[in-house]
Design a binder for this molecule. Sequence first.
Ligand SMILES: [Zn+2]
Length: 745
Amino acid sequence: MRRKLLTFAAALMIAACATTNDNDVNTTTETAAPAAAEAAPTPESAPPPPPPAATAADNPLLATWTGPYGGVPPFDQVKVEQFKPALEVAMAENLAEADRIANDPAPPTFENTIAALERSGRTLDRVGTVFGIWSSTMSTDDFQPIELEMAPKLAEFSDKITQNIPLFRRIETVYNSPDKSSWTPEQQRLTWIYYTNFVRSGARLDDSAKSRLSTINQQLAELYTKFAQNVLADEKDLYVVLDSEADLAGLPESIRAGAAGAAESKKLPGKWVITNTRSSIEPFLTYSDRRDLREKAWRMFVNRGDNGGAHDNNAIITDILRLRAERAKLLGYATHAHWRLENTMAKTPERALELMEAVWKPAAARVKEEVADMQALANKEGAKITIEPWDYRYYAEKVRKAKYDLDQNEVKQYLQLDKLREGIFWVAGELFNFKFTPVSGVPVYHPDVKVWEVTDRTSGKHIGLWYFDPYARAGKQSGAWMNAYRSQQRFDTDITTIVSNNANFVQGKPGEPLLISWDDANTMFHEFGHALHGLSSNVNYPSVSGTAVFRDYVEFPSQLLEHWLSTPEVLQRFAVHYKTGEPIPQRLVDRIERAATFNEGFRTVEYLSSAIVDMKLHLAGDRPIDPDAFERQTLAELGMPREIVMRHRTPQFLHVFAGDGYSAGYYSYLWSDVLTADAAEAFEEAPGGFYDKGVAQRLRDSIFSVGNTIDPAEGYRQFRGRDPKIDALMRKRGFPVPRTVMPKK
Ligand SMILES: [Zn+2]
């Protein structure tokens, strides 16, 4: 949708996010203005646009999507060299549309201004969607220079829309219209969104300030692209080669197979390669008995973007922070963090920090206990070591086995990717009455991608399409995320949604079922939660559709869905042994439950340290920042346990520096999780538990289907009958429940 385009650089980069508590959704909740768009069938009598330089006839990216399901992306026709001309034509078309709306001789109305803007920008929306998919999943050497060239141009384009004075005047007039009370609540909120987004993007600034703002935005767009490409380069170019059986000590068969496959693709047959991505490094750190190799792999991973040389991100970060601070001042905000948090549930950086600090203390205290357990075990084994960061996952796994008799590898035998995918479909059927049917003949951008049609189980009505791109490959960002290719809307005609889930599972041997870890299974449910949020959308206008909600609310539906993985209904049906087909034994389920809060100190601290550093970097104002020194100092002040490193160190923090999307916003996962935990208890308290029809209906009506048509705080109240409390979150993580409640507005 439009908003995606205005934050193009951000949206394109897709923060490459990793497991359980921070997978990303690639529809940024960015609050820049919705841009403008295509001359779709419209009741207006605007003149046709001038003939563009390239046309749909010679550039398929520009064409309306054709084929079944209301049209599908023409992935089979994409050529990388078509992106630049297609984007240029689409931007010019969108600017012309914006000008037509701005210069309409008729007095401004909701219909001829706001609805007209919602109708505009459709060509750019389509081209941008495919461009974004290439950026995140097909970022080849020939694509990267084009992306680097186009990022500042797209930023400049966005500014031209928000700095269009006659257009802003019309939006302002509509926003202040005395008729407003006769519109639907959705129309009123949409108008408020346009108005505040334009103001927040500098529509009220004088000409010289606007010009400076635009320069800053273009420079930032280029820096974001470089930042992401540098991380990708370190993930691709650096790896650990295992030469012999001795180097494989402790590694289970599935990791060996993945490492052998990776070696093949690096032209190192007969060896094994641990690539520099989270999906490859974390299992290695968990299982490798070779402490020297663990340290080597750990250092490689935590130093991505921080190695000096051509792909070092430190100077880029300093520049980004300086430009962001200057931009915030220009726009009239104390800091970048204050600007970014204005349109969120938290509203201010102080409230977000208050929540983070409330959770930090019990989490850091828990880490001390966890380390003591690990150290005791290492001592007992006679290891003669002090627990270091590269030992944490390894000994945590041993403690898990010893304390709970829970072996992740044993659990994994019951977690087949394909079966779990059926499991999430089944959950969607129980909760939302959705049915998933595989389709063939729909073009895909890579043979790994498969497509399903989503329909209503009862009526058979078409709801949307779900694309699934599960495997890691070169040129694909690491982590997992959801993306909306097309937003549901129906203000002119009924347009159904197309969404995708993307992951980085390491492919094993061909023909064998892919077994995944419990954490990865959680991630699947998480991303599928985002997909369901998109698929459930039932709104009129695309800018408020699906996952286009406040950033600190968008992780709520996805984190909530994680809870269904451990329901007995799912485990008994879909967690079946890959050889015997037997469901996961109850004794194992009991152990999983008993170990539910195990290692929560580690998980919370590695996440929160990143979130707090992110916020403090953006509260620091316009003094020059040395990222490494700032990170060290902030962590020291925080009392960071020496055995843990930030989940995303600053030089590789894609959420924060590959775009504006999650900048001063990594706290969002925790904020959302307060809602998640509280909402999960609503199911636990219901007679039907997690499959209670009444609670599921309320969830759909007040949260999953409403997009950004209502204030999320209000939507939550409708669902829960009250405001969220922090207590459930603390219970979920096994921390003591404090007396305070979630900070009030
Ligand atoms: Zn997410």
